[in-house]
Design a protein around this ligand. Structure first.
Ligand SMILES: [Zn+2]
Length: 260
């Protein structure tokens, strides 16, 4: 059994095992780098971007412009699960299963679903941007207790494939505030792609894709302690082409719905 940590280290373990298939040395390097990769310094009680899928079962009289109720802030009982794709490497069936690296999580939801600021912040991008194929909302957040991006750097929440937005660049937003409505990717898949970009202190104004971290290490998430991995065969007789066969059983949404 994998113990349930406060943040998501289980997906990291899985990623290590997958990489072991190709390069044993890379596997070892990743094993020891994972704990640091999930060390975050972010709002202690954020809200999920869809406010726990509030639009699917809204409270009486609630409308999206009311924002996400404060009672849902930091409550792991309200999530946007299930996720349709999680953070990490994924095979692209349309490209002969070439792996790319998914820098966020996908939340399948009908076009027009309201989404909300996960924490207080400043809108950096709202709408079309040259770096993205379709409209995006990006919000910059200060570290808890800080009033700027120095010395610790800022982190950013990114909401992709949006169909419309109700904020503008430079707007100050508060946690739970309505930002806009979801859309679909180029393929027609209706969903919200959500990212966290965790800029380091030495580069406080950046929000590079290289800074993307697992969103479940930031959002309120109580990982069920029900994950098990059984090693069926481990063969490193050829170090250049090691192979691990394993069976994974889990209903964790950061691990489930994957096909490695
Ligand atoms: Zn995505």
């Amino acid at each position: 059994m994998i113990p349930a940590p406060p943040h998501d280290s289980g997906a990291c373990v899985l990623r290590v095992l997958v990489r072991c298939k190709w390069a044993r040395m890379l596997c070892l390097a990743v094993v020891f780098s994972c704990p640091g990769a999930f060390a975050t310094n972010t709002d202690p009680d954020p809200v999920w971007p869809l406010c726990g899928r509030i639009a699917e079962n809204p409270p009486p009289g609630w409308v999206a412009t009311d924002g996400c109720p404060a009672a849902r802030f930091g409550d792991a009982g309200y999530t946007d699960e299930p996720l349709s794709a999680t953070f990490g490497p994924r095979p692209l069936a349309s490209e002969n299963n070439r792996f790319d690296f998914h820098r966020g999580v996908d939340i399948a939801t009908p076009i027009g679903t309201p989404f909300f600021a996960i924490a207080d912040g400043t809108v950096m991008i709202a709408g079309e941007h040259s770096s993205y194929s379709d409209p995006v909302v990006s919000v910059r957040h200060f570290r808890p207790g800080e009033s700027g991006c120095s010395p610790s750097g800022c982190y950013h929440s990114q909401y992709l494939h949006v169909s419309s937005w109700v904020v503008n660049a430079s707007d100050q937003v508060v946690k739970g505030q309505l930002l806009g409505y979801t859309g679909a990717s180029d393929s027609g898949f209706q969903h919200l792609h959500f990212e966290i970009r965790d800029a380091p202190g030495f580069d406080p104004l950046s929000a590079w894709s290289r800074d993307a971290i697992h969103p479940l290490s930031v959002l309120p998430y109580a990982a069920p302690n029900d994950t098990s991995i059984v090693f069926n065969a481990v063969d490193f007789s050829n170090p250049a082409a090691g192979r691990v066969d394993l069976s994974l059983t889990s209903n964790r949404y950061d691990l489930a719905h994957r096909n490695y």
